[in-house]
Design a protein around this ligand. Sequence first.
Ligand code: GAL
Length: 953
Amino acid sequence: MSVRTTPLAYVEDVSPGRGTLPPRAWYASSDAPALSLNGRWRFRLSATADAEDDAFAAPGYDAGDWAEIAVPGHWVLQGHGAPVYTNHLYPFPVDPPHVPTENPTGDHLRVFDLPPDWPADGGAVLRFDGVESCARVWLNGTELGEFKGSRLPHEFAVGPLLRPGGNVLAVRVHQWSAGSYLEDQDQWWLPGIFRDVTLVHRPEGAAGDFFVHASYDHVGGEGTLRVDSEVAGRVTVPELGVDIATGEEVTVPVEPWTAETPRLYGGVLATPGERVPLRIGFRTVVLEDGLIKVNGRPLLFKGVNRHEWHPERGRALDPETMREDVLLMKRHNVNAVRTSHYPPHPAFLDLCDEYGLWVIDECDLETHGFVEQAWRDNPVDDDRWTPALLDRAARMVERDKNHPSVVVWSLGNEAGTGRGVTAMAQWIRGRDGSRPVHYEGDPDCRDTDVYSRMYASHDEVERIGRGLDGGTAKRRRLPLILCEYAHAMGNGPGGLADYQRLFESYDRLQGGFVWEWIDHGITHPELGFAYGGDFGEELHDGNFVCDGLLFPDRTPSPGLAEYKKVIEPVRIEGGGDGTVRVTNRYDFADLSGLAFTWSYEVDGETVAAGPLPVPAPAPGESAEVKLPSPPAGAPAGAETRWTVRALPAEATAWAPADHVVAWGQWAVTERPAPSVAARARPAADGRVIRLGPAVFDARTGALRTVGGVAVTGVRLDVWRAPTDNDNGAPWQPDARYGLLWRQLGLHRMRHRLDGVELSDEALTVRTRVAPAGTDLGLRTVHRWTSDGERLRLAVSVTPEGDWTLPLPRLGVRLGLARADAVTWFGGGPGEAYPDTRAASRVGRWHSTVDELQTPYVRPQENGARADVRWAELGGLRIEGDPAFWFTARRWTSEQLDAAGHLTDLTAGDTVWVNLDHGQMGIGSQSCGPGVLPRYHLRAEPAAFSFVFSEAGG
Ligand code: GAL
């Protein structure tokens, strides 16, 4: 009798694997050849780990009838199986280290020839830069071993196995393994060989591993260099006249590396077997006076959390996409990246060195799902798993240690606490004492050098800033960083400027990292971008995976424009007396890299502009600069303002010369409120009432036309399609207004007509706006008057009953036919809400109704423009008193609310326009704290008015 035992012990083995080489620095040799094995591979998918034997690994195996797949790639994004999205729940029963019998397993096969000039001597290693989650590897029929640790490199020595003719590389990849328990990051589960596969020649005397130690003494202005190498050799840095032996130390005058001034020196490490190009950045990171300092100065992180993401290729990122990320970050004033929650593709760190970004390099570790069982059985507190954790730490540190951009090591994310993380921290400190250690899951900072929090409220951050948060003695001596804050899911995040003010007010607060960089939407033929649940997953977390500052296709969202403005490295403020105050908010650079311009605007149009010479204040310092005299000739009653902009003095590696880095704007003369004398008499005329240019329905008082423009459905509106941040997260203690609004019925308000009254000068329409089932209501008076040409609507709203909830919005909505082009004078160019309005610049803007929409992957309230003085669309001109929030879309808020994906929205014939007196703030409650009270839209008596006329009339 034969007994079937558990499937393939190595899959469920908690050890990191076997057969691989010790980890080492990642580098590309200048002379030893390498052969990329990326490309088309043969592929066979099985439903279980042991459905097939290993016969396919043998040379001569005929895989002619197998499918083909792209490597790097994920098979579930190439038509085999489907992706699964969960936030923290394991998508399989939790019984570590066991995994389900249903364990999709992809056999990958690649036949390759060595290039004719491949050296006959020396050895070779086969390198995998990333395979999810467990791989077993054979070359020419010989088993090399197996490994786990998806986002980490693994190498095998293969020299003797290579053949001059065809070589057969066989890789069996299991979606689930013991390693999956350590990789419970909030993202799609995407199996496959998703990073490069390379055969690397290793000549005799190759460098192997090496460690570049390049520190900077900010007092003496000198750098000290020492390169420790497994194989002895010489290190040359021609620009510095350096020629030293490995292990030898030299101190020379240098320019330091910082993220603002990413000065790299080209060098070479020459061992007997190869020459390795070095890019050396001199900088010293210390924890001193309770602060993280680089080159003697404290840092302020203006960071983002970056997962690797591409809407078609998942985490298989090509070099152009990585570069695009870096360029987009630099252009949006981002100065730091946390590589949440695993080491990125190594090429990304080269880009960070080159363009200048501070990096918190995070280990591939998260066991968040164990929180469901109060962390019982957490691998991080179980010695059996410690070797795997140490292996992960070592693979990260060894691979990335030579990058000047990496200034902090992070042990992982949301893995609880335990002996395993302590062991990792100890190992890292022993191997590299030159960088602080971070881990948010260690609230007492036992193992870490920085106090790290996620989603702390403004209040709490301020308390920490003031040192009033208590905590262990050690923690009280450490700086705070918010490794995650400002959850950028859907519309938002709100409150960024308020956080930044705190960061700038308290030394202990060293900034934060917005969650997160990009929406992980997957391109989908019917849905536009798919999110959790769109592939029929039995457990999923919906669109929680779309919470980035970029849309999945890398179009910046309004949240990124806001962040750019909030963290701009120069503050530009109007001083009194025709001056401007320019404050340098860089940590290291002076302002000589920037050029300034002024412009003078009359009613939103630039009438004069010119360069503005600004001295170069040192970091933290300001300069007061005189502006030219305002140009004469502005018409009386015009609104005039200055805008001063900072641009690169010349094109940089990351931005063209016309790129605006920072700006400031302030009014010289304010706009006078529009005035309409109530000269025209309303007159009933059969079934209509005429008043100036307008015609109303006599029975209902409803506006029908203004001149030649048909207008429908004018009424009070308080509903907005709840944003993800309105709906909030279940774990947040704040009220979840999106849900409460719906419960109250704000989406089904009834409009009772209480009276249509004519007087000598006004048509007055009284309504009571209220949902069924409650005594709460909004008494509303619409008072229409006209001077014969223009029509004025004065609205007054009086809440009745005990309103405890804020309102989503308060204003008037109306429908227009045939509207397309839009012009407005007010805030733009992009969307803004009360706590997301820093980037909104007053000017004259032109757009179209379609372009006013912000395409949040899950449709929700969007597209409001702030501070609008007037807008023109569909032949109608609308002026506000006071300025208003302007929104126009081809569907109603109710349709927007009902849509699950953008493709559910179909344009109707009417353009629905919202003219809002007030909007509720946005906040960050889809994961973090809600809207700050000062941005609440309270249900209070309100009065506001609009003036309508024919555009161009
Ligand atoms: C954090 C976590 C992130 C992500 C975020 C919510 O708790 O570290 O990975 O899940 O919440 O989007």
